[in-house]
Design a protein around this ligand. Structure first.
Ligand SMILES: NC(=O)c1ccc[n+]([C@@H]2O[C@H](COP(=O)([O-])OP(=O)(O)OC[C@H]3O[C@@H](n4cnc5c(N)ncnc54)[C@H](OP(=O)(O)O)[C@@H]3O)[C@@H](O)[C@H]2O)c1
Length: 333
């Protein structure tokens, strides 16, 4: 029988995940039944939300089961099919990543049009991370013409899209923060941010005040913690915060303090609103149409940090949490 491989979670990480929390296992390649397809995964996505799924805690997605393959976004080629709608050779997007071969119901796969863009873009700028940025700035903390927008995690998949989308939605100034001078240079040099902040230098509030002395109107929060505190200080009256993620806290082993200046939200009439992209699938058609045009016109740039081989998928995930990616972190199989 042909053999395939998958990555399993074998221990729930305490703090930062370790290689020993995972195992690479061999399994038989299954045969599709009626209505099913067998996909050879070409690209798998590693995403920060997966860290939360490694915990036992109840959340908006169920935890990964110990001893079983993890899952997540993937793009691959159909190599066997018993579903007329998805023939062999189709390139599909689906949710069974972290493995070389995926057997699934054809109705759970989306056939991709790869004539104009490479398939892996559907895991990044044209997929979940891109839609997250768009939903945050259109539905959660709407950007208005002339706004000053601050984006944290700005060199990552969601953040790099958010900064550029904010500009397309009419922002007058876009400020981003990222870790290290190379990433910050990229923000202004390639992604069209007006100013970049290297948060590793510290002095976050001062740096933000220097970059946006007029204050900020919208904060797209990927990081939480000190970043959220600095943004609350900098927000103008009527300011809006799209609470997208809090990656600075994902490996925390105990309760983390909230921003100690939260009470400023009262006098400034701030709106702080959390959201999950899966609640905004209705925006996908609109986003895909606008993003494709922006991509064609060079107004929305995207990049991927590519790690090769399933053997290195855990390293890719650990690297993502430590900031070794610029743009979307992907594993190519
Ligand atoms: N709400 C939703 O539906 C939704 C959907 C997708 C993603 N998200 C969230 O959006 C955020 C970004 O996700 P992504 O997929 O685009 O990942 P990403 O930004 O491409 O990668 C993660 C980045 O986080 C940064 N980071 C790690 N630790 C940090 C810390 N302590 N302080 C500041 N930055 C830190 C690193 O960049 P540096 O080198 O700059 O530190 C790293 O490259 C995450 O919080 C994620 O959970 C939410």
């Amino acid at each position: 029988m042909p053999v395939s491989r998958e990555v399993r979670l074998v221990a729930r990480p305490q703090g930062e995940p370790q290689e020993s929390d995972f195992e690479l296992a061999e399994v038989e390649v299954p045969e599709p039944g009626d209505g099913q397809i067998l996909v050879r995964n070409d690209w798998i996505s590693v995403d920060p939300y997966m860290r939360g799924r490694m915990n036992e805690a109840k959340s908006y997605v169920p935890p990964f089961e110990l001893g079983e393959a993890m899952d997540g976004g993937a793009v691959g080629t159909v190599v066997a099919s018993r579903a007329e709608s998805v023939p062999v050779g189709s390139v599909v997007l689906h949710g069974l990543g972290w493995r070389e071969h995926a057997l699934l119901d054809a109705r759970k796969a989306r056939v991709l049009d790869t004539s104009a863009v490479p398939a892996e873009k559907y895991l990044g700028v044209l997929g979940m991370p891109g839609l997250t940025a768009y939903a945050g700035l259109v539905a959660i903390a709407p950007v208005k013409e002339g706004d000053v927008v601050f984006v944290s995690g700005a060199a990552g998949a969601v953040g790099s899209a958010a900064g550029q989308i904010a500009r397309q939605l009419g922002a007058a100034k876009v400020v981003g923060s990222a870790g290290g001078p190379a990433k910050v240079a990229k923000l202004t040099g390639e992604y069209g941010f007006d100013a970049g902040i290297d948060y590793r230098e510290g002095r976050l509030e001062e740096q933000l005040a220097e970059a946006a002395p007029e204050g900020i109107d919208v904060y797209f929060d990927n990081v939480g913690g000190d970043h959220l505190r600095a943004a609350i200080s900098a927000l103008n009256t009527g300011g809006r915060v799209a609470m997208c993620g809090a990656i600075s806290q994902y490996n925390a082993t105990g309760p983390v303090p909230g921003p100690d200046n939260l009470a400023l939200a009262v006098g400034k009439r701030l709106t702080l609103r959390g959201f999950i992209v899966s609640d905004h699938g209705d925006l996908m058609g609109e986003y895909a149409a606008r993003a494709s045009e922006w991509l064609r016109e060079g107004k929305l740039r995207s990049e991927e940090t590519v790690v090769d081989g399933l053997d290195n998928a855990v390293d890719a995930f650990l690297g993502l949490l430590r900031g070794s990616n610029t743009g979307k972190m992907l594993v190519r199989l």
